[in-house]
Ligand binder design. Structure first.
Ligand code: MOS
Length: 760
């Protein structure tokens, strides 16, 4: 089954927030945001702005009726600056005007008198000054101190990994409409309708039942609209409350890039210890997370860094510590992988370091330490591992030995082009690590014509969740997919939703749809039994009735006054976690896989191309390979972008320099790997996924880390004396510096080339 949204997307018929028809009297909003990263806000001068034709009103912190607070995990984030500013891009005032142009024109005329304070952008400096969002978090397994004493080889180093701009195609935005009696209807481009409802409730002082949040679909989220959709909805809602008019705000790209947080940059120290057989006996890591100016989701992201700090390896002795460091950058937030990728980059850096010192390919260390079923993660859960299966199937299927020989042959024949090969095993835990969030609800109505309407808490953001929900209902009822319509996500139909995040959306909401459909089907089966029809009797796996039988039964049920509607609730069984002991069973299951990356490096220019990514991926049993393969391809490209060309630059004043698509380079069609092979892992193991089809949202991004190490290997094939710092992304500039790093004192570039030619 294809993604059901595809035809409307291709024809431009899909409706996004900015496509909504506007009601008469709609006002347009624009934020005036702080030009200073840290300071005392003495005065806001609105005089000139208010004179701008079309301006209706300008709102500042003092006008709020409710609380000036939108912090989710920690109440540390004002909606509008009050007394202080903490990052460049922090909202200070909201202009409301009769047109979008007038609002933006007026915002430019606002002036703020700010006394500057010290600006911190480096998480290590923030940590040294004890600027922490929460106390440090720690994971511990075995006895690392003693184990290091038993190691034959011990290596220590540092790894740095930069953040990433989400660059969802649809920018952030909201549209709020006043309802009878003072309620507010909120259209929002959010992954988290309930989080928006809660934030709007707080800033307006209205109870949640007076606020309806409606989400049609998103033009991408990637985590960037998990908590960071809240401010725009909250600002519009406050404006609607104060003016009693509909208010729209759809951010321009540069506003969005400047004002929103991104993937967290991390700096880390590691220590890795191995025995003679390359078994990793001990691992220590200290992570410094650059949280930005407020908590946002940083504490939860920090936790996932720890959960994934040993990737797909079993290490019996682990000590990992993570600091969430407060800096004067926009609050960093969820981004596909949610801190996990940063943790994995550090262990892969440690392994690359060890491999270099031991003059062995990293793959030998990687393979020697893969998780086995029954192995314990540092957080206490026992693995049901597919790590070795993934590796072995990939090795067979893609013939690693041949790949290695081809790279060696190429490198022996070429002086100024070098190839690098790297392998990237992955392991990603599926479930929200906050156990309470692992719940979902679905509302299913069967109408008397036999057609079916489904609502869930899942938000469609291009990932194809609606297609999967449609499949679930159609399959359980045994009817064609086009008889099922998946409706918008709306807090009146489905309450208390968890965000569409953590890769868990299809599982949680799909299971709820499955339960609702089965409950209705059981009733229909009883009706059918009364009618004496074939296939009577409730069955857990019903055979598909033909369509006429379905319609007849539905009608009969209605006439017998049997309910054709169901609201079901699903909660993931068996998950729990205790932060007192930092042990538990946080994940319903893990997703595994292995990717082989090859890059070709142009050693004169420092440019590279990804020749191929060959992956064996653990889908469980994919319920929709069109959707799932799309997620793998997109995830790999996004991961490669993060590791190679996407360079987030904040200057010392906390100003985002890479603030547009001209200065922030994301993968285009030319940067996409020339070949992406996806082989499903052959496995028949049962799991807790919907229809046994494992979560596929975040895991494939992790493969992208392989691109970094493939490039690193190619650099070392050209310049054997360089040991490139593990400092992602590996931009062409950094590659070039490393290619010639050890030859700095040579008289001229020609000699460098001559020397390289001699070396071969
Ligand atoms: Mo996702 S990074 O869990 O919104």
């Amino acid at each position: 089954m294809k993604n059901t949204d595809a035809p409307a997307h291709v024809r431009g018929e899909s409706v996004y927030l900015d496509d909504l028809p506007l009601l008469q009297g709609t006002l347009f909003a624009c934020v005036y945001d702080s030009p200073v990263a840290h300071g005392v806000l003495n005065h806001i001068d609105l005089v000139e702005a208010l004179k701008t034709p079309g301006v209706v009103r300008i709102i500042t912190a003092k006008h709020l009726i409710g609380e000036n607070q939108i912090g989710g995990i920690i109440a540390d984030e004002p909606l509008l600056a009050d007394g202080h500013v903490h990052f460049q891009g922090m909202p200070i005032a909201l202009v409301l005007a009769e047109s979008d142009e007038a609002a933006r024109e007026a915002a430019k005329k606002i002036k703020a008198d700010i006394t500057p304070l010290e600006i911190i952008t480096d998480p290590r400096i923030a940590c040294a000054k004890n600027e922490l969002i929460i106390p440090p978090k720690r994971f511990r397994l075995g006895d690392p101190a003693a184990a290091f004493g038993r190691c034959d080889y011990v290596y220590e180093g540092r790894a740095d990994v930069n953040g990433q701009e989400h660059l969802y195609i649809e920018t952030q935005g909201a549209y709020t409409v006043p309802m009878e009696g003072g309620g507010i209807k909120v259209y929002s481009s959010t992954q988290a309708p309930t989080a928006v409802q809660r934030a709007v409730s707080k800033v307006t002082g209205l109870p949640m039942h007076r606020i309806e949040v409606e989400v049609g679909r998103l033009g991408g989220g990637f985590g960037g609209k998990e908590d960071q959709a809240n401010p725009w909805a909250a600002l519009c809602a406050v404006a609607t409350q104060l003016t009693k008019r509909p208010v729209k705000y759809s951010l321009h790209r540069m506003e969005d890039m400047r004002m929103t947080g991104k993937r967290h940059p991390y700096s880390a120290d590691y220590k890795i210890g191995l025995d003679k057989n390359f078994k990793i006996l001990a691992y220590e890591a200290v992570f410094y997370q650059n949280a930005g100016a407020a908590a946002d989701l940083s504490p939860a992201v920090l936790e996932r860094t720890l959960f994934h700090c040993t990737n797909a390896y079993f290490i019996p002795n682990v000590a990992a510590t993570a600091y969430s460091c407060r800096t004067n950058l926009p609050p960093n937030t969820a981004f596909r992988g949610f801190g996990g990728p940063q943790g994995m980059f550090v262990i892969e850096s440690a392994i690359a370091h060890a491999a270099e010192q031991l003059k062995a390919p990293a793959s030998i260390i990687q393979q020697a330490n893969l998780l086995k079923t029954g192995d314990e993660f540092p957080y206490g859960q026992k693995a049901e591992s597919e790590a070795e299966n993934s590796w072995l199937q990939a090795e067979r299927h893609f013939d690693f030995e041949k790949l290695r020989q081809e790279v060696e042959a190429f490198n022996a024949e070429n002086t100024f082009f070098k190839r690098g090969l790297a392998f990237m095993p992955i392991c990603f835990g599926i479930s929200f690590t906050k156990t309470a969030m692992n719940q979902a609800r679905a509302l299913v109505h069967v109408y008397t014509d036999g057609s079916v309407a489904v609502s869930t808490g899942a938000v469609e953001m291009g990932q194809g969740v609606n297609t999967k929900m449609q499949q679930v209902a159609a399959q359980i009822f045994g009817i064609p997919a086009d008889m099922v319509k998946i409706h918008t996500t709306n807090t009146l139909r489905i309450a208390n939703t968890s965000p569409s995040a953590a890769s868990a959306t299809a599982d949680l909401n799909g299971k709820a749809v499955e339960m609702a459909c089965r409950a209705i089907l059981e009733r229909l089966d009883r009706v059918r039994a009364g009618m004496g029809a074939v296939g009577a009797g409730a069955s857990p796996a019903p055979t598909a009735p033909d369509l006429q039988n379905w319609q007849t039964t539905v009608n009969a049920a209605y006439l017998q006054r049997i309910s054709l509607s169901e609201h079901a609730h699903y909660a993931t069984p068996s998950v729990h976690f205790d932060w007192e002991t930092a042990k538990g069973h946080p994940f319903a299951y893990h997703v595994y896989g292995l990717a082989a990356f090859q890059v070709t490096l142009d050693c004169l220019r420092g440019r590279y191309e990804v020749d191929f990514v060959k992956t064996v991926h653990d889908f469980g049993t994919s319920m929709n390979t069109a959707v799932d393969f799309g997620q793998i391809e997109g995830g790999i490209v996004q991961g490669v972008g993060w590791m190679t060309m996407e360079e987030l630059v904040y200057d010392a004043a906390g100003k985002l320099r890479s603030n547009a698509l001209s200065t922030y380079k994301i993968p285009d069609i030319y940067a996409v790997p020339k070949q992406i092979d996806i082989e499903p892992l052959v496995t028949d193991r049962e799991n807790l996924a919907i229809f046994n089809s494992k979560a596929v949202g975040e895991p494939p991004l992790l493969y992208g880390i392989g691109a970094y190490f493939a490039i690193r290997n190619a650099v070392q094939a050209f310049n054997g004396s360089v040991s490139p710092a593990c400092d992602a992304p590996f931009t062409p500039e950094k590659v070039l510096m490393n290619l010639y790093a050890a030859h700095e004192k040579e008289p001229g570039i020609v000699d460098v080339y001559r020397k390289a030619a001699e070396n071969r």
